[in-house]
Design a protein around this ligand. Structure first.
Ligand SMILES: NC(=O)c1ccc[n+]([C@@H]2O[C@H](COP(=O)([O-])OP(=O)(O)OC[C@H]3O[C@@H](n4cnc5c(N)ncnc54)[C@H](OP(=O)(O)O)[C@@H]3O)[C@@H](O)[C@H]2O)c1
Length: 339
């Protein structure tokens, strides 16, 4: 399998990425058991198929260590040059507290060590509490570490538009923000997408498949109850679907997506990902990968096969227009983490 050129994006002058990123929350333990050996073997398959860009975090269990081990095995089996087409985007999610250069540096150094790199490709910073303004100090110190060569690019995750604006106005150069964005959760369209488009900031999206709920597996199925939602991801997005419009509206959406998918000879997940990939400011969609357990490589490769047309958009809109407004219910991007 070889992904087409349209799968690639020159994200920054020095980072050429795959627009479907491999999400590593799925190896954290909250989505079932992962066998490290099989997981690393599976990372080779992703890489060889063209899915070369990984999204991870300091708190996704062994994710940073997997990158470190994968890099070591790449060097051993293919030589150092094999690393040139690997991009690994991590996050730092500290508990809000007073920030010192030493504290920030210590945490960045941990990620560098675990991932076995001298420079982090992208550091996506999360902050839990806007009332605590120490996030600006954390970012200032990270900018210094960037100048010192420990970080290539600074980014955010789950920041709302108001605070993204505060940060950019403080003179901190942010290249991307990672937010929930899907057919179900279109909150970014209200403020985030326009702001990012205007300021040349990119978006990486998660929840775009709602943990798998936006797939053939749930089409025509009865509403799953507590225990049947077997991963943290499914539980998270089932709550979102309940707030959005509930199971019967989801079924309406899935059957429209199925018709569109059949028309283009692709799958429901392909349509769900394509819909978000084509939104302004979106650099890439992160699709969770249960490494060594479940693989959707061939199917997800088909997302690059075609585009949705105006008839598809009209049919999707006819369902989405019946949903509740999540921006009014929850607020801007990331507000669900700060209530
Ligand atoms: N910044 C944040 O706060 C944040 C929050 C959540 C997630 N994330 C990032 O986003 C990533 C994505 O996670 P997510 O929770 O949002 O999950 P998701 O990507 O919406 O769903 C992933 C699941 O969808 C299913 N799937 C994928 N491709 C499929 C296909 N072609 N056909 C059928 N099913 C398919 C798989 O389920 P099975 O494995 O069961 O087959 C997979 O585990 C995470 O790994 C993480 O990197 C970030």
């Amino acid at each position: 399998m070889n992904l087409p050129a349209s799968s690639r994006l020159q994200f920054t002058p020095d980072l050429n990425i795959c627009r479907v990123l491999n999400g590593m929350w799925q190896v954290s333990g909250a989505h079932g058991r992962i066998d490290p050996k099989r997981a690393i073997q599976s990372m080779f398959k992703y890489m060889d198929a063209g899915f070369t860009t990984w999204d991870l975090a300091d708190h996704y269990g062994p994710a940073e260590d997997f990158i470190g081990e994968f890099r070591r095995q790449l060097i051993d089996t293919r030589g150092k040059e094999a690393l040139s087409n690997l991009q690994a985007f991590t996050k730092w999610v500290p508990r809000p507290t007073r920030m010192t250069k030493q504290l920030v540096q210590q945490n960045i150094d941990i990620s560098l060590k675990r991932m076995g790199v001298e420079t982090l490709d992208l550091m996506q910073f999360h902050w839990w509490e806007y009332g605590d303004k120490n996030y600006l100090d954390a970012l200032k110190y990270m900018s210094e570490l960037q100048e010192e060569g420990k970080i290539k690019h600074l980014a955010l995750t789950n920041f709302d538009t108001e605070h993204l604006k505060i940060i950019t106005e403080a003179g901190i150069k942010i290249v991307s923000n990672q937010v929930q964005f899907s057919l179900i959760d279109r909150r970014p369209e209200v403020n985030m997408v326009p702001f990012c488009s205007e300021h040349n900031i990119k978006l990486f999206t998660y929840g775009t498949l709602c943990g798998g709920l936006l797939s053939e597996r749930y089409l025509g199925q009865p509403e799953p109850r507590g225990g049947e939602l077997s991963t943290a991801s499914l539980r998270k997005y089932k709550n979102m679907i309940d707030a959005w419009g509930g199971w019967s509206l989801l079924q309406e959406l899935l059957s429209v997506l199925k018709q569109i998918a059949d028309k283009h000879a692709v799958s429901i997940p392909n349509v769900a990902v394509r819909y978000i990939l084509d939104k302004p400011a979106v650099a890439g969609v992160i699709v969770g990968a249960k490494l060594g357990v479940a693989e959707h490589l061939e199917d997800n490769a088909r997302v690059f096969d075609g585009k949705l047309d105006t008839e598809d958009d009209r049919n999707i809109d006819a369902v989405l227009s019946q949903s509740r407004n999540l921006y009014q219910l929850i607020g801007d991007c990331g507000d669900e983490y700060r209530r």
